[in-house]
Design a protein around this ligand. Structure first.
Ligand code: ATP
Length: 468
């Protein structure tokens, strides 16, 4: 596991997991691109999440909603009125900072997000908290986080729209259509992976807090009388997702219950799953919220539409209660880098000590499953290797190919991007049709005498299934 954010930033940007966005223009604050290795990890993490929450269950369906939504959605959801952070302004540099972060960074309290503006002003005055630039700060002001834009040919208030401040709103709007078209009875849930945008005041800690990110949501619709039990079931499901499906060590994951004053007024209970991001400490990666029928009540009121469910057992009509599990994809990606990055002291064939970097992700998450390495480019070795490479890729196996540098260097490169298997094509391959197949973690070659038949390589690539 990595302990240091800088190590992860350097590692992931140098190895093609993440690129700073718009880099040739000097970058653009807190926006990142997933590189050729990172996109493979991203797709595997999404597949793990989808397997765990949708495919392997009988009570879940998935949708994908648009980013643009009717502006009234954000009035109904409370985001226009209440989706704000408190900010303070440095009185000299005029830079703005999130007040709760300043208070937390000063070590005064752990969760300052629930303080009122007046309380923030008092705490800042009492503890003489300065801005990171070392100057006094203004009184706290509310700052709305919704990102605004205009659609259509005219830029005025009538064309004002908001990018999704949280991804899940489509699920509430589509819940009834989904229930009707799938003929589902309660309880059942709708899952979605979707973009969200927040005009965050302080963006720091790499992928942890960005202005554009993805959320992975489960909204589970249930009878009011069953909501408490469903809430507990989903809490334990979420723990298992992180520890079993993704494979995090239990000591790196913990629960934190929201304080009463931190919770939305309608929320019956709220817990966060936190991950220990090395020296940064435990931070939220997912919120599990017992939301009652608030979301459907609000959208029914603002749209004038009936969003209720007719319960065939009790013959009653009601708006279902919702248990929400809302995780951040960027944080899942970042914690995966932290958890599976490791540095090991190894002895080379020449007897020298060196540090080996390994991205030790489980097979299912590994960006490439296998790398094909010809011992030499000449004498037909590269052609033979390319043939195997092409064949594996045609079978849909995420394979990589590398013919540059010594075999030792090429093994290290693959260890760094987490490739579980490396196959080497050498002169014996041409004669006997056998290859060496080396495993990332043990660094040992499999098979009798360290060789296997080329036709047997695919057997080692059988899929593990997400923590099962
Ligand atoms: P925070 O307190 O860290 O700002 P939040 O409580 O506002 O987060 P939610 O609105 O509950 O977050 O969103 C659900 C999840 O979305 C969070 O647990 C987090 O993983 C992710 N998330 C929220 N804001 C961001 C962001 N700016 N960048 C990346 N991920 C985010």
């Amino acid at each position: 596991m990595a302990t240091n954010l800088e190590t992860i930033v350097n590692f992931s940007t140098q190895k093609g997991f993440v690129f700073p966005s718009s880099d040739i223009y000097g970058g653009f604050a807190a926006t990142y691109d997933f590189g050729p290795v990172g996109i493979l990890l991203k797709k595997n993490l999404e597949a793990a999440w989808r397997y765990w929450n949708v495919t392997s269950r009988t009570d879940m369906v998935e949708i994908e909603g648009a980013i643009f939504m009717h502006p009234k959605v954000w009035e109904a959801s409370g985001h226009i009125g209440g989706f704000s952070d408190l900010l303070v302004e440095d009185l000299v540099s005029h830079r703005r900072f999130r007040a709760d972060h300043l208070i937390e960074d000063a070590g005064v309290m752990e969760n300052a997000g629930a303080l009122t503006p007046e309380q923030v002003d008092d705490v800042i005055a009492e503890h003489k908290i300065k801005s990171p630039d070392g100057n006094s700060v203004s009184k706290a002001k509310r700052f709305n986080l919704l990102v605004k834009t205009h659609l259509g040919p005219v830029e005025d208030d009538s064309s004002l729209v908001y990018l999704k401040g949280e991804s899940c709103q489509n699920i509430y709007l589509d819940w009834k259509a989904t229930q009707m078209v799938t003929r589902r009875k309660l309880p059942f849930g709708i899952a979605q992976i979707g973009k969200a945008f927040r005009n965050e005041i302080t963006v720091k800690q790499f992928l942890f807090r960005t202005r554009e990110f993805e959320q992975m949501d489960v909204q589970f619709f249930c009878k009011p009388s069953e909501a408490d039990a469903q809430y507990e079931a989903w809490k334990s499901n979420r723990w298992d997702f992180y520890t079993k499906c993704i494979g995090l060590k239990e000591e790196n994951v913990r629960w934190r219950q929201h304080e009463l004053d931190e919770r939305a007024f309608y929320a019956q209970d709220a817990w966060d799953i936190e991950y220990k991001f090395g020296e940064i400490g435990f931070k939220e990666v997912e919120g599990v919220h017992h939301r009652g029928s608030y979301d459907l009540d609000q959208h029914a009121k603002f749209s004038g539409q009936d969003l209720s469910y007719f319960d065939p057992e009790t013959k009653e009509r009601y708006n279902p209660f919702i248990v929400e599990c809302s995780g951040g994809f960027n944080r899942l990606f970042l914690l995966t880098l932290f958890e599976f990055y490791r540095e090991e002291e190894v002895t080379t064939a020449k007897g020298e000590k060196e540090t080996r970097i390994v991205f030790g992700a489980p097979y299912d998450l590994a960006p490439f499953k296998i790398a094909i390495l010809p011992l030499m480019k000449k004498d037909g070795l590269a052609d033979k290797a390319w043939e195997l490479y092409e064949g594996l890729r045609k079978q849909g196996i995420s394979a990589d190919y590398d013919e540059s540098g010594s075999i030792g260097k090429r093994y290290r490169r693959q260890d760094e991007i987490g490739t579980p298997w490396c196959v080497t094509i050498d002169y014996d391959t041409l004669e006997s049709g056998t290859v060496t197949l080396r495993h990332r973690d043990s660094m040992e070659q499999v098979g009798e005498g360290g060789r296997i038949a080329i036709a047997d390589v695919a057997k080692y690539l059988s899929k593990e299934q997400f923590g099962k």
